[in-house]
Design a protein around this ligand. Structure first.
Ligand SMILES: Cc1ncc(COP(=O)(O)O)c(C=O)c1O
Length: 484
């Protein structure tokens, strides 16, 4: 892949292994004393080695918040592997990366443009960074009943109406593997002097295979956050923040990450990132070939079923969906008369299968090279069962998104106010204290500071009746509001 640095190296892993071999007598954290006082059941299951590797800032292992040795080297090799100018390891997930990149690009009281289908970490960024959000309504796919992305025209119009905005935060690809026209969106933002931030939490693998949607890192977005743990073999909570160009000062990013992340970063996490990067830099294309092939085997078998459906490139519409990642296997169950919510427990309890996500019309399976033909046989057996046992199809579609409500206060202003509880069915016209979002996928219908409309009350009530969990509305049908 035309790399400058030696991708066969994993300097952080090597340093940790070397350090463990020294067998030093330890008088420091963590309190398990290198696995000597650990609940026996944990040693029995995880083994001693996990504890030996659970180190802290000891000689030769560098410090994440001021990297000058092996962590610096490992991050440089990672930047080279992913095609970025500079990369930062994250030990608190992409959640922290999204907040940090927003705060690196936008100062308090400045405007930031965001897609409405942003992750909740961006709402945290708005609160912590005291920013003024400008949301772009996400397009909606009525047949699949899901949010897709935004179009270049959507962004152009929003910038025209908000000429003082400092940055745009794109969320791409979406959970289901759909990518919008990132190239054009970045061009438009650039032409209008906006800093381009991309939440690519679901796309850390994209750079490593030519047939997958192009990564925003390769498109030279100013900052991109990716979750290594989502689609690469790396431990949960491991993510990476990439920086390109000179618009953002890397020292500001480093400082923000030091404010936001634990001062005791998990060393197993960093070993895991170093080795996952090496594996993908050396063998990513072949590994992803296997994942794509396995996903396609599943798709081909699903085609033989009468009621179930799984899309591939045909979902591309060249407006909001411009490329597609086939390792995301979405199965639409609507025509079998089920909701995704109903299918999930059947898969869990009857077939011992766990999926990534269920929504109203679909279930989503993440396919990796770790999935075998037997896994696909097993999944297909379950899907066949659903296909042969259809239910009466009633229209379960929620055919629209609510309009983005008017905002009275910014989310950070609401955060400092005292919330009061209100019956949801009578919340029309009140100011929301919390995000109200059907979950999954957790995309906000209402953001703190926005007016709860009757349209939202009606849609949420309908969704809940169909089995959706809605964050921000309690089981007793109450919401938190503020008076202003
Ligand atoms: C689009 C998006 N961004 C950010 C995140 C946060 O990622 P993490 O779990 O690595 O903190 C998620 C998590 O699901 C996500 O879906």
């Amino acid at each position: 892949m035309g790399k400058r640095l030696d991708q066969t190296r994993a300097p952080y892993y090597d340093a940790v292994m070397e350090y463990i071999k020294k067998g030093r007598t330890a008088f420091h954290m963590p309190g398990h004393a290198r696995g000597r006082i650990v609940p026996q059941e944990l040693i029995d299951f995880f083994g001693e080695n996990m504890y030996l590797g659970d180190l802290t800032e000891v000689q030769g292992l560098d410090y994440l918040h001021k990297p000058e040795g092996v962590i610096k080297e490992a991050q440089e090799i990672a930047a080279d592997a992913f095609g970025a100018d500079q990369s930062f390891f994250l030990v608190n997930g992409s959640t922290i990366g999204v907040i940090a990149m927003m705060m690196a690009a936008v100062n308090p009281h400045e405007k930031i443009i965001l897609q409405r289908n942003t992750h909740r970490s961006a709402i945290a960024g708005l609160v912590l960074g005291q920013m003024e959000p400008v949301f772009i309504q996400t397009r909606f796919h009525p047949e699949l009943n899901m949010m897709t992305g935004i179009t270049p025209a959507d962004l152009r119009d929003t910038i025209r109406a908000n000429p003082t905005a400092k940055a745009v935060l794109l969320t791409c690809p979406n959970y289901f593997g759909m990518s919008e026209n990132t190239e054009e969106l970045i061009k438009i933002a650039r032409a209008n002097n906006l800093t381009v931030l991309v939440d690519e939490a679901h796309g850390v693998h994209l750079h490593f295979h030519p047939d997958l949607p192009v990564s925003a890192v390769d498109l030279r977005a100013d900052m991109v956050v990716q979750s290594l743990h989502k689609t690469m073999p790396s431990l949960t909570q491991t993510s990476i923040l990439h920086l390109n160009g000179t618009l953002i000062d890397p020292r500001r990013v480093q400082t923000l990450l030091s404010y936001l992340q634990s001062s005791s970063p998990n060393y197993l996490f960093m070993v895991s990132m170093d080795c996952a990067r090496r594996l993908f830099a050396l063998n990513g294309e072949e590994i992803l070939d296997r994942a794509i092939e396995t996903a396609d085997k599943a798709r081909n078998r699903i085609k033989t079923l009468q009621h179930l459906y799984s899309f591939r490139e045909e979902v591309i519409d060249d407006k909001t969906i411009c490329s597609f990642d086939p390792t995301k296997l979405t199965i639409c169950v609507k025509n079998a008369g089920y909701t995704g919510y109903e299918v999930e427990p059947i898969l869990n309890d009857k077939f011992n299968i766990e999926i990534e996500l269920a929504d109203l019309n679909n279930i989503l399976c993440f396919i990796t090279a770790g999935n075998t033909d037997q896994d696909i046989d097993h999944l297909f057996e379950a899907l066949q069962y659903l296909d042969k046992n259809p239910r009466e199809v009633v229209d379960k579609n929620i055919t629209k998104l609510p309009r983005i409500p008017n905002s009275i206060l910014d989310p950070w202003e609401v955060f400092s106010m005292k919330p009061i509880t209100q019956e949801f069915e009578h919340a029309d016209g009140e100011i929301a204290y919390e995000v109200i979002a059907p979950y999954p996928p957790g995309i906000a219908y209402v953001v703190p500071g926005e007016i709860i409309t009757q349209e939202v009350v009606d849609l949420v009530t309908e969704l809940r009746a169909k089995g959706s969990v809605v964050q921000g509305v309690s089981p007793d049908n109450e919401v938190k509001i503020v008076k202003y």
